[in-house]
Write a protein that binds this ligand. Structure first.
Ligand SMILES: Nc1ncnc2c1ncn2[C@@H]1O[C@H](COP(=O)(O)OP(=O)(O)OP(=O)(O)O)[C@@H](O)[C@H]1O
Ligand SMILES: [Mg+2]
Length: 219
């Protein structure tokens, strides 16, 4: 798969000849210098954007053949995202923030609410559900973001520099929490990271350089 961005006269080759296959339930990280294409790759894998050439197949569905208007549904049903910034809605409580990806709630409202509460308990925030983001620490907000990413029972969890705004200890606690989620719920989990310790906590490390995959270990 290849991704180029055209900006006026210049063409930026963000990804070149990427050939990556990830099994269900894998835990891996993508590393590489700033500008090497990590976020671009993540955006392709989460169907946030489309490759310029080649194919992206998510859970058997080739996203390059899915029309734009229904791509959101594939994302909503299959992919959870966690970012460096927490992107909480400041006026909503932790519990309400977790419920955002379920809106509008069709079907059984009670069970959705129960799942949100259970997820907040599992990430260690059972006592913080009615706190607003400014009443939570950074690590706690990232835990809310984890619960939010899991509310629709995704197949894939994509995490872009999620420890970037946290101290080392809190960051590694978040990583350990996600390792548990990966094991318990069999969610395929991918970390994009600059942090060696985060990469070392995963089973497979893909290295990008200048938009190319230069290593994939162990493989
Ligand atoms: N929407 C865009 N339009 C044009 N160029 C882009 C766009 N997004 C990224 N790029 C370019 O593509 C290249 C890869 O960017 P990308 O954001 O994937 O890097 P990265 O590895 O995530 O870097 P960082 O570690 O700094 O987050 C960069 O040269 C960047 O300037
Ligand atoms: Mg990036």
């Amino acid at each position: 798969m290849t991704k180029t961005y055209v900006m006026g006269e210049t063409t930026i080759r963000a990804l070149t000849d990427i050939n990556l296959s990830v099994e269900k339930g894998e835990l891996l990280s993508v590393v590489g210098p700033s500008g090497s294409g990590k976020t671009t790759l993540l955006n392709m894998l989460g169907a946030l954007d489309r490759p310029t050439s080649g194919r992206v197949i998510i859970d058997g569905v080739d996203i390059t053949e899915v029309p734009d208007r229904s791509l959101y549904r594939l994302r909503r049903d299959k992919v959870g995202f966690i970012f460096q910034r927490f992107y909480m809605i400041p006026t909503l409580t932790a519990l309400e923030n977790v419920l955002i990806p379920t809106l509008p709630i069709r079907g059984d409202k009670v069970s959705v609410l129960e799942r949100a509460r259970r997820l907040l308990q599992e990430v260690g925030l059972g006592e913080r559900m009615s706190h607003r983001p400014n009443q939570l620490s950074g690590g706690e907000q990232q835990r809310v973001a984890i619960a939010r990413s899991l509310i629709n029972e995704p197949e894939i969890l994509l995490c872009d520099e999620i420890t970037g705004e946290l101290d080392t200890k809190t960051g590694m606690e978040i990583v350990e929490l996600l390792k548990t989620v990966n094991r318990m719920e069999l969610v395929t989990t991918l970390f994009v990271t600059h942090d060696r310790d985060v990469a070392a906590a995963t089973n497979r490390v893909v290295t990008l350089s200048d938009g190319r995959m230069i290593s994939d270990q162990p493989k």
